[in-house]
Design a protein around this ligand. Structure first.
Ligand SMILES: NC(=O)c1ccc[n+]([C@@H]2O[C@H](COP(=O)([O-])OP(=O)(O)OC[C@H]3O[C@@H](n4cnc5c(N)ncnc54)[C@H](O)[C@@H]3O)[C@@H](O)[C@H]2O)c1
Length: 351
């Protein structure tokens, strides 16, 4: 077995997702000490009871200043306030795992990658679908040509209006930028080395638009450089099916076959007189069930910890991260203009 030394991890923001990350770190033998920064006293008390951290503070800069901490995980919200944390952590020589989006703009993301490379640090983004075996199977099948040459890919992802209200209440990021990026990343990852060359996107809004300018749904249609078409849709107005319920449907059609992934969680139905049918274990990051974790977030967190401890590559590369950001931003530009946008936008020949 390769030599490794245990590492110390600081998690900034331990709400729903950061709470899962903190627990994943606390349960991982690679981690010696867990440190937490959380501004909500109630969540502080809960996380303290769950994970027994070495320290807990409401000031994230305390974690940055702590030379014993090797890795910073950034799961706080709002998303728009994370970038200074990413840069401060990299500046202080710490590896960084951050929920998407990594930065407000591509230019700022590039600066973060420059700094990580300069300081020889790993940085990765929470694209958790890459750790769901069904999604990884799609990637493997395409890589091995099991359905021939891909012709078209569809991902439709819908979450509950409760989750939609939570997400839209904290930032004005579009459905493509805040939710669709998971699926844009997944599809681009599966279709490598193909690259997106054109995107058209439109939004629809009839529910949240009654009280805000937030759309209910966004479709993103992408043309890849070999002619493969991609359609990714993300919405957040489903009635509740379970707290944080999210369902997705995937179809990949190729010249020699097809793959259909039913990620709508109908395999576990829980029916009570009080609530009717609900679908447990149906949230995107997953949830603990006694001694096991049902979902991808523990494996994803562990993969990054191993990447640091054993000096292995992190899952999401710089090129992949930038391409997804560019695509999502171009989709938003397409909505604004009402017309297709050519990619990559940083290539002067395509502007
Ligand atoms: N990978 C996935 O499957 C997945 C799924 C859902 C959400 N997410 C992403 O995870 C991120 C977190 O979402 P969430 O639903 O857990 O949010 P949340 O609102 O439940 O949690 C955020 C936490 O950050 C804390 N916080 C805010 N400011 C802070 C600060 N300055 N210092 C320390 N703590 C601070 C808040 O008190 C809160 O507890 C979001 O970016 C979201 O897009 C990823």
């Amino acid at each position: 077995m390769a030599e490794f030394k245990q590492i110390n991890v600081g998690v900034i923001g331990t709400g729903w997702v950061g709470g899962i990350r903190a627990n994943a770190c606390a349960h991982n033998g690679i981690v010696d000490q867990l440190h937490v920064a959380e501004i909500d006293p109630k969540r502080q008390a809960e996380i303290k009871a769950e994970t027994n951290p070495a320290s807990i503070t409401d000031d994230w800069q305390t974690l940055i200043a702590d030379d014993s901490i090797d890795v910073i995980v950034i799961s706080m919200t709002p998303e728009t306030k994370r970038y200074p944390m990413v840069m401060a952590a990299l500046e202080a020589g710490k590896h960084v795992f951050v929920e998407k989006p990594i930065a407000p703009t591509i230019e700022e993301a590039e600066l973060a990658y420059d700094l990580a490379e300069k300081n020889n640090l790993k940085i990765s983004i929470g694209y958790s679908r890459r750790f769901d075996p069904r999604y990884v199977y799609v990637q493997k099948a395409l890589k091995e040509g099991l359905i021939g040459d891909p012709v078209t890919c569809l991902v439709s992802r819908q979450s509950t209006r409760e989750l939609g209200a939570k997400i839209t209440g904290r930032s004005k990021l579009s459905p493509a930028t805040i939710g669709g990026v998971h699926d844009l990343d997944f599809v681009l990852w599966c279709l490598q080395p193909r690259k997106p060359i054109r995107v058209y996107s439109q939004t629809a809004g009839k529910l949240f638009s009654q009280t805000s300018d937030t759309p209910d749904h966004q479709w993103v249609m992408v043309t890849m450089d070999d002619g493969t078409t991609v359609t990714v849709g993300v919405g957040w107005i489903l009635p509740i099916g379970y707290p944080n319920y999210v369902q997705a449907w995937i179809e990949v059609i190729g010249t020699d076959g097809a793959l259909t992934i039913d990620d709508t969680h109908k395999e576990v139905q829980f029916n009570t007189t009080e609530h009717g049918i609900r679908y447990p274990l149906s949230s995107m990051p997953g949830e603990p069930v006694d001694h096991v974790f049902a979902g991808s977030m523990y494996d994803e967190t562990g993969h990054f910890l191993e990447a640091v401890a054993f000096d292995r590559p992190a899952m999401v590369t710089r090129e992949e991260a930038i391409m997804v950001m560019d695509l999502a931003a171009a989709a938003d530009l397409s909505v604004e203009r009402g017309e297709p946008v050519t990619l990559p936008r940083n290539d002067p020949s395509t502007v």
